[in-house]
Design a protein around this ligand. Structure first.
Ligand SMILES: [Mn+2]
Length: 346
């Protein structure tokens, strides 16, 4: 049974409103991942068949391994110079937000977003979703925004527009947000949706290779360096973390997205249930957290590192030094969370 069936009323409201809209903007969170881009482009490839004007606006750059996706080249990607463009949302009578739970996630164009009188709709799967749109379909039982967008299309008049391009985009987001079905995919619905997607004869091995076996030599060497030299393991607390200095990033000619998934490296050690990464960026420390089981890294990040996300995967940031961030993390693990972690059964 589709999860979206619980949103019958919202779906009807959205669908009616969509039919009246002529100029649609699809937008996702800044620093978009495979799910944000996949959901936006999946929907884009559907809506462009309806004869409406439709644009995807990416608040910031997106990873290279997603550039081959159908429609990616037509996306308007805002850079440092264009992200303050006051006209970027002009003319839109509907703005569809995907894969984001708060309006601040649109980044630098938040003022234009708030000012726009366009009808706003949200399709999301994050916890703690804010009320900032006219209609909202959001449920954390979805693995990904892409799974949700599949059901949105499936359960409205849009279902006549399914094609290989559409499902290729949606499969990409499901694959990236579940870590290739490692997490966030316990709900049988995700496999129902993937089953439907496979009917379009997508080349799933090719998609996998384009997404995950597409790194530069620099990045692979960077990963090896970090694993050897920047990983701290605290076995008694079943915890491990990685830190990366600005100099490390320079040495390995880091490109956008290169450190993605580094936080998962220590998770491959037997017995480790909680991992973190701290990366020295230009004027802040970027943090990410991962866990196995019920240890809630969304709460952990919200409480200590100004972030959030999901139970098993979250991000955050802090304005203390890299050293201080590592120290703070170790102190939390050895202090406030020591009992929980030491006695953690997984
Ligand atoms: Mn997502």
């Amino acid at each position: 049974m589709p999860i979206i069936s619980a949103f019958e009323k919202e779906l009807a409201i959205f669908s009616d409103r969509l039919k009246l809209s002529e100029n649609i903007v699809i937008i996702h969170h800044y620093n978009p991942d495979g799910d944000a881009i996949g959901a936006s482009l999946g929907l884009y490839n559907v809506l462009k068949q309806t004869g409406k004007t439709v644009r995807v606006i990416s608040p910031t750059f997106f990873p290279d391994n997603l550039k081959w996706l159908p429609g990616a080249k037509e996306m308007k990607v805002l850079g440092k110079k264009t992200q303050n463009d006051a006209t970027v949302l002009d003319g839109a009578d509907m703005i569809i937000c995907v894969d984001m739970n708060a309006k601040k996630r649109v980044g630098a164009i938040q003022p234009q977003f708030e000012k726009s009188t366009a009808y706003k709709a949200l399709f999301d799967h994050h916890p703690f979703v804010e009320d900032f749109t006219d209609v909202r379909i959001s449920d954390t039982s979805y693995s990904s925004a892409c799974e949700l967008i599949f059901e949105l299309i499936e359960n409205t008049y849009l279902n006549q527009y399914f094609n290989t391009d559409v499902v290729t985009c949606l499969y990409t987001g499901i694959l990236t947000d579940t870590g290739s079905f490692e997490y966030s995919s316990s709900n049988p619905n995700v496999f129902r949706v993937v089953g439907k997607i496979m009917e379009y004869k997508i080349d799933k091995n090719k998609i996998y290779n384009r997404l995950f076996n597409a790194w530069s030599e620099d990045r692979i060497r960077f990963m090896g360096f970090v694993t050897c030299n920047r990983m701290v393991v605290m076995p008694e607390y079943k915890t491990a973390y990685i830190y990366i200095t600005a100099e490390d990033r320079k040495r390995f000619r880091e490109k956008f997205g290169d450190t993605e998934n580094f936080v998962n490296i220590p998770m491959q050690i037997s017995g480790i249930v909680f991992t973190a990464i701290f990366i020295e960026r230009d004027n802040f420390i970027k943090a990410s957290f991962r866990s196995k089981g019920t240890f809630d890294v969304n709460m952990f990040s919200a409480k200590h590192f100004n972030g959030g996300g999901h139970v098993n995967a979250s991000g955050g940031e802090t304005y203390i030094s890299l050293n201080e961030a590592c120290k703070k993390f170790e102190e939390l693990v050895k202090g406030e969370y020591s009992e929980t972690l030491m006695n953690y059964k997984y």
